[in-house]
Design a protein around this ligand. Structure first.
Ligand SMILES: Nc1ncnc2c1ncn2[C@@H]1O[C@H](COP(=O)(O)OP(=O)(O)OP(=O)(O)O)[C@@H](O)[C@H]1O
Ligand SMILES: [Mg+2]
Length: 299
């Protein structure tokens, strides 16, 4: 569905993407994670020709975005990071203009829009002006827009940022349904749980290069010992007495990794610690480790 080989993108002298190799299969939900500025949106924009790559090979739906961006745009849907809706027009007007832009046959437009507004629980807002919608409604409307062309490939650039948990869960359900119906999905998100819930495979991008890839489960197995205990910062002195303990610290607490839950609960009772959390490792632990955002304490 998408193959990138040694893809690069320079903005002036700055190299935002530094030799990306990726293969995204039809029917999968593929996650693109990484810190702010990692190059996620740049890659996505290159996929449909909104940004031109500097070098490397790229095939999207069997086409080259450099030559065939019009054709690609007809076959993929994008939930862009910015909503880019016309605030002074109504919901229906915005969607009608977009249908014309992507070439939906005239007689199908209204029906297709109404069905998707209904699907995204927005039908009651069809005549409302955009600037009167809440952030969550606008985001759902951008989903509607992305689906108007019945895309084979759906690109979601931080689709749920800033949304309340109920709307986020609603959108997760929709993404799952679309995937079950055969849509290939590329997702970027800063919510690690979202990536764990939705993605079959993912990569972590850091400063324009892939630092890890695999299924969420595989990445957790590979990059963490399996369990994490988070203890109160006040316990630092007690923990430092113990040798061979790898401790990392951030403002929320002291982190200790272990192979089993038992090891952590033993440590807790032995040293009389205040545990904030003892839990299985998750993708957030992997992310913090690989993007260098965790700080190791000098024991
Ligand atoms: N048009 C541009 N001109 C110059 N630099 C740019 C341009 N677009 C992006 N960049 C730079 O390229 C880098 C990657 O940006 P990009 O938007 O792809 O990051 P991102 O991974 O999507 O980040 P975020 O999580 O904040 O959305 C950043 O350093 C950014 O400043
Ligand atoms: Mg971005």
């Amino acid at each position: 569905m998408i193959t990138a080989k040694d893809l690069t993108k320079k903005f002036g002298n700055f190299e935002a993407i530094k030799g990306l190799d990726l293969h995204i299969q039809a029917g999968e939900c593929f996650g693109l994670l990484g810190p702010n500025g990692a190059g996620k949106s740049t890659f996505i924009n290159i996929l449909y020709g909104a940004v031109e790559r500097t070098s490397g090979d790229l095939s999207v739906l069997g086409l080259d975005p450099r030559r065939d961006s019009r054709e690609i745009k007809k076959r993929l849907g994008v939930v862009t990071q910015e909503n880019a809706l016309d605030e002074s027009l109504s919901v229906l007007e915005n969607m009608m203009i977009y249908c014309a832009f992507i070439g939906v046959p005239k007689q199908e437009r209204l029906q297709r829009i109404l069905a998707l507004l209904d699907y995204m629980n927005l039908i009651h807002k069809k005549d409302a002006l955009i600037h009167g919608l809440s952030g969550g409604m606008k985001r759902r409307l951008v989903f509607v827009r992305a689906l108007l062309g019945k895309p084979e490939l759906l690109i979601l650039d931080e689709p749920t940022t800033g949304l309340d948990p109920a709307v986020r869960h609603l959108l997760w359900g929709k993404v799952r349904e679309l995937k079950q119906a055969g849509t290939t999905i590329v997702l970027t998100t800063h919510y690690m749980h979202e990536a764990e819930v939705l993605c079959d495979r993912l990569v972590i991008l850091n400063q324009g290069i892939v630092t890890a890839e695999g299924t969420p489960q595989k990445m957790i197995e590979t990059h963490t010992p399996g369990f994490v205990g988070i203890f109160a910062l006040a316990d630092k002195r007690k923990l430092l007495q113990k040798e061979n303990l790898e401790i990392t610290e951030d403002s929320s607490g002291l982190y200790i990794r272990a192979n089993s839950m038992d090891e952590l609960t033993r440590l807790h009772s032995e040293l009389g610690l205040t545990p904030l959390q003892i839990r299985p490792a998750n993708l957030e632990d992997v992310f913090l480790k690989l993007t260098g955002k965790e700080i190791t304490l000098d024991a």
